[in-house]
Design a protein around this ligand. Structure first.
Ligand code: ATP
Ligand code: MG
Length: 233
């Protein structure tokens, strides 16, 4: 598979940041960010709940010209104001190629994308948008089914796809079927998982070695009274 970057890196303009003590710059994913180099195929962002992954993804999507609540460049709806100022401090280092397509998927607001498609189709201006998603209302499908409809109908390839928690809707079986088209076996995520399965002890040792150490607790063994021994009390 030949691929060159659409976006090579995501840079935080640190000199312009007013304070790293305040949201959103105080979040772990942002506080230490200088330049996030992207893989030309797929980049996985993993981290603890609340570490700022969604905040960062939203800023990348908006910097690319996508709707902050999800959808393509043609979506403009907004059901709640974004409080994140981060997008003004993010620079996308673009590659030589331009993608043919782009889409921002967020599991938490995909419902709103489905509603927006129905609203615009009801207005009847231009072609039916839902036909690009397989033709069946996304609201009439389960969470997982509607995500699969998006993936296999709307995502035409050679695109920049920003996905926040795409796996949330999918069964393990469907997660595996989704990994095939994105050439999962070329990714660092696959290599790390593979290494883990081949030699779990080595990976566990490494993880436990880097884990924060708990302060040692002195273990006081309860004294068992032997038969015949006199009690002090
Ligand atoms: N307007 C706001 N003001 C202050 N903090 C906020 C605001 N909006 C969100 N946060 C906080 O920012 C943090 C990062 O949220 P974010 O949704 O980016 O995390 P995440 O890494 O995607 O977490 P998860 O794995 O649960 O999806 C959270 O702790 C959240 O409470
Ligand atoms: Mg999140």
């Amino acid at each position: 598979m030949i691929a060159t970057h659409y976006v090579r890196a995501v840079r935080l303009n640190r000199d312009a940041v007013p304070s790293f003590k305040e949201y959103p710059f105080s979040l772990p994913a942002i506080r230490h960010l200088e330049s996030l180099e992207l893989n030309p195929h797929v980049t996985f962002i993993a981290g603890e709940n609340g570490s700022g992954k969604s905040t960062l993804l939203e800023a990348i999507a908006v910097a690319w010209g996508l709707n902050q609540e999800g959808g393509s460049r043609n979506f403009y709806f907004e059901t709640r104001a974004s409080h994140s100022e981060l997008k003004r401090f993010i620079t996308l280092v673009k590659g030589a190629r331009r993608p043919l397509d782009s889409f921002f998927f967020r599991a938490e607001s995909y419902f709103n994308v489905a509603t927006e498609i129905e609203r615009r189709d009801a207005e009847g201006v231009g072609g039916r948008i839902i036909d690009y998603y397989g033709g069946r209302s996304l609201h009439e499908q389960s969470h997982g089914e509607s995500f699969m409809a998006l993936l296999f109908n709307r995502f035409v390839g050679e695109g920049l796809y920003i996905l926040d928690e795409p796996e949330a809707a999918l069964s393990p079986q469907r997660q595996l079927s989704v990994l095939t088209p994105i050439d999962y076996y070329q990714t660092e995520h696959y290599q790390v998982t593979h290494d883990f399965l081949v030699n779990p002890q080595r990976m566990l040792d490494r993880l436990l070695d880097s884990a924060p150490k708990r302060p040692e607790r002195k273990i006081v063994k309860p004294r068992v009274k032997r038969s015949g021994e006199k009690s002090n009390g």
